[in-house]
Design a protein around this ligand. Structure first.
Ligand code: TGC
Ligand code: FAD
Length: 394
């Protein structure tokens, strides 16, 4: 397939750019240029072949997309949350799988090591994860415990200077290529602990998951632990309980709220240009009311989501955000983006189902994005519980 030219122009109907600093705009520009140069030309081919473009790990590290909010002394960017959000928006504008790689590395691997780890763990792992020398993954979901991670069956047992880890995780992004896995397991008293598992530890394997119709350019796999001896020095000392992994998810869900809108913006831009150029019945299809309805609703929803995300970023920066607010933004972005990708695909007619345009790839990717990091239903129930005070999960 021929290399693609990426002429993306960002919609900004309400001048949201005026709410950004010059630094925010520069960061967004550098990630956008990277996506145009390194991702757009190759990503469709990788997705078609269901292959992970491993070279992006080092590239994303060089660009500062791994752990942008982690302090600089550990190799992070020391940036604010709006910068982080803009990075995720631009990466997912290219492909949700590329954003996934960065979300997992930054929010689900570096964040817990930084937040819950010892100084030795921070110094050993964070600089190498920040540069992309090492890739990490996050193991929470199990075959029988997805939305309900508190029921996990993976365990650690005391063995002197070590613990013995047994169990299995599934649907783990980055797993087949990861050197480091942050794994959540129950100790003998039934409390959930974070354990850093390293590739090469005996009894630890990461079989790849095949046959996905979504996130095809992202590597997904299982984590299998068969009596793995993990030094106690690899246990995250500063957290116990489900709030440990859920705290990481709050950061990653925040990135998805921005990221999914990036995919929506790409589809809107493509559909708008296509509709203006495609002539049927003697005039551009953009002149027909049915197509205008789709385009007008797309830009309306993108604009609302851009403002919601920006406000969420301000609350994150001020340390005032609630996990429930993050859930609402993640759910909103996924809904807006899945609807927009589907409408954009229709505007493109038959061309919409081909790899000539990124629209169908975005559409398929978003089926994972709307499922992982808490399904659409789970986030609705989180909002429902927050506003009513009543738990409808159990
Ligand atoms: P519940 O009793 O509500 O909570 C247990 C403890 O956790 C605290 N908590 C949170 N803390 C921080 N952030 C959050 N978002 C939190 N949500 C809850 C809570 O306060 C409590 O603390 P404490 O001190 O009282 O112990 O727990 P529950 O068992 O009733 O479950 C609640 C539920 C269903 C909302 C939660 O488990 C959930 O969010 N389920 C969805 C699971 C999920 O999101 N899995 C994601 C796996 S990772 C992934 O998908 C990565 S994809 C990455 C990519 O490729 O981009
Ligand atoms: P289930 O929990 O079995 O849910 C099935 C259906 O039941 C859903 O519609 C759900 O909304 C609904 N449901 C569940 N409970 C309730 C309830 N109480 N009330 C109403 N409806 C309910 N996990 C990781 O740990 N690390 C990763 O890196 C990771 N990467 C992923 C990558 C991909 C491509 C995918 C697809 C998943 C990934 N996941 C990862 C797992 C993901 O987080 C789970 O798939 C997700 O949390 C849902 O769990 P489940 O698939 O077991 O679905």
């Amino acid at each position: 397939m021929a290399a693609k030219t990426d002429n993306f122009q960002s919609p900004d109907y309400f001048n949201v750019d005026e709410l950004l600093t010059e630094e925010h705009k520069l960061i967004r520009e550098s990630v956008r240029n990277y996506v145009k140069k390194e991702i757009s030309p190759i990503i469709e081919d990788y997705a078609q072949r269901a292959e992970f473009p491993l070279q992006i790990v080092k590239q994303l590290g060089d660009l500062g997309c791994f752990g942008p909010t982690v302090p600089e002394q550990y190799g992070g960017g020391g940036l604010d949350y709006i910068s982080y959000g803009l990075m995720m928006q631009e990466l997912e504008r290219g492909d949700s799988g590329v954003r996934s790689t960065a979300s997992v590395q930054g929010s689900l691997v570096m964040f817990p090591i930084y937040q819950y780890g010892s100084e030795e763990q921070r110094n050993k792992f964070l600089p190498k994860l920040a540069t992309g020398e090492w890739l990490g993954c996050f193991g929470l979901t199990e075959p029988n415990h997805g939305s309900d991670p508190g029921g996990m069956l993976t365990t650690i047992k005391d063995a002197g200077d070590n613990v013995i880890l047994n169990g299995a995780k599934m649907w783990i992004s980055n797993a087949p290529f990861a050197q480091v896995a942050v794994v959540w397991a129950k100790d003998e008293s039934g409390e959930i602990c974070g354990v850093i598992v390293e590739r090469g530890m005996e009894g630890f394997s990461t079989p790849a998951t095949h046959g996905k119709w979504s996130l095809r350019a992202s590597a997904t796999g299982e984590l299998v632990f068969d009596n793995v001896k993990v030094p106690k020095a690899n246990i995250l000392p500063n957290v116990k309980g489900l709030k440990g992994p859920l705290g990481c998810l709050t950061k990653a869900r925040y990135g998805i709220a921005w990221g999914a809108i990036g995919a929506a913006m790409d589809c809107y831009d493509i559909a708008l240009n296509y509709a203006k150029e495609r002539v049927q019945f003697g005039r551009p299809i953009a002149g027909f009311q049915l197509q205008q309805k789709k385009l007008a609703e797309m830009v309306t929803e993108i604009t609302k989501a851009q403002l919601l995300n920006w406000r969420l970023g301000v609350l994150m920066n001020e340390g005032k955000v609630t996990p429930q607010q993050v859930s609402m933004a993640k759910r909103n972005a996924c809904e807006v983006a899945t609807n927009i990708t589907r409408d954009a695909r229709q505007i493109l007619g038959g061309m919409g189902i081909t790899g000539e345009y990124p629209v169908m790839r975005h559409m398929m990717n978003l089926e994972s994005v709307i499922t992982y990091e808490g399904t659409h239903d789970i986030h609705l129930l989180i909002t429902g519980m927050d506003v009513t005070g009543l738990n409808a999960f159990k």
